[in-house]
Write a protein that binds this ligand. Structure first.
Ligand SMILES: Nc1ncnc2c1ncn2[C@@H]1O[C@H](COP(=O)(O)OP(=O)(O)OP(=O)(O)O)[C@@H](O)[C@H]1O
Ligand SMILES: [Mg+2]
Length: 252
């Protein structure tokens, strides 16, 4: 008889009351996130959807420790990251967290292959199998090109290869298929889905409800607040919640 492994007691990421405002010049600070709770369990893929400007990217930045939340608790694998020193936070991000930016953030002076190898170089880790990482995103033969010589969708795939090659415990992907055609987007989603296994988890922000429904759970944001969390939803379930939230918002 095999005894199933016990479920981990603490989620990989545990966030409560994440709040963030931005002050723009002299205007009163605008609240972008108003107290968001979110957990990401090991081996799980969580998707986040919501209208443009609802705070999805800001939430990812706060959860990944790229931005400091104004208030709230964020713990990664049992360690509070809000309040961690910049140096310790940078080390944690380098060693255990990957971030696929909505705007790719490739280094323009480095080739695609050098961009993929960069995180390992910076962390003084063994260089990953760069040709395999590029091949997995359909970019075999493009390793020598610089970002400026690649299309937007190709740059996006280099950014994804760069993160997945480092095999971090937690991947945040902000609209990773935004610039991709259906077939290539499907490949990328398969890679992200396959990453979310064992200890590894993925948080996916997307406007694509079919992509969102590949996740184990979906968090729906509106105006910086979580309006619903759905378990293994169909795309139509997500759409219903988005429409209902829109009607409530319009009525208030
Ligand atoms: N650095 C900043 N300074 C001021 N305001 C900001 C800043 N970053 C984001 N915002 C504001 O916060 C709100 C949420 O932005 P965010 O980028 O998180 O939205 P989003 O849901 O990711 O949108 P999209 O789907 O268009 O990517 C927007 O109103 C935006 O103008
Ligand atoms: Mg965004």
């Amino acid at each position: 008889m095999t005894i199933p492994a016990p479920l981990p007691a603490v989620p990989l990421l545990h966030a409560r009351g994440v709040t963030k405002s931005y002050a723009v010049r002299r205007a009163p600070a605008a609240t972008v996130l108003s107290g968001i709770d979110v957990d990401v369990r090991q081996g799980e893929m969580l998707s986040i959807v919501g209208p443009s400007g609802s705070g999805k990217s800001t939430l990812l930045y706060c959860l990944a420790g790229l931005e400091r939340a104004d208030a709230g608790e964020i713990a990664f694998d049992g360690t509070r990251i809000d309040g961690l020193s910049q140096a310790r936070l940078a080390r944690l991000r380098r060693d255990r967290i990957g971030f696929v930016f909505q705007s790719y953030n490739l280094i323009p002076s480095l080739s695609a292959a050098e961009n993929v190898a960069l995180p390992a170089r910076l962390a003084r880790r063994r260089t990953p199998d760069v040709p395999a990482a590029l091949s997995a995103v359909g970019l075999s033969g493009h390793g020598g090109k610089r970002p400026g010589d690649l299309s937007g969708g190709q740059q996006q795939r280099v950014a994804i290869a760069r993160v997945l090659a480092a095999a971090p415990d937690l991947v945040f992907a902000d609209e990773p298929t935004g610039a991709l055609d259906t077939a290539t987007g499907g490949q990328v989603l398969d890679l992200l889905r396959a990453h979310a296994t064992g200890r590894r988890s993925v948080v996916l922000v997307t406007h694509d409800l079919d992509a969102a429904s590949l996740a184990d759970r979906t968090l729906i944001l509106r105006d910086g607040a979580a309006v619903a969390e759905l378990s293994r939803p169909m795309p139509s379930d997500i759409l219903d919640v988005l429409h209902a939230a829109e009607r409530t918002g319009a009525a208030s």
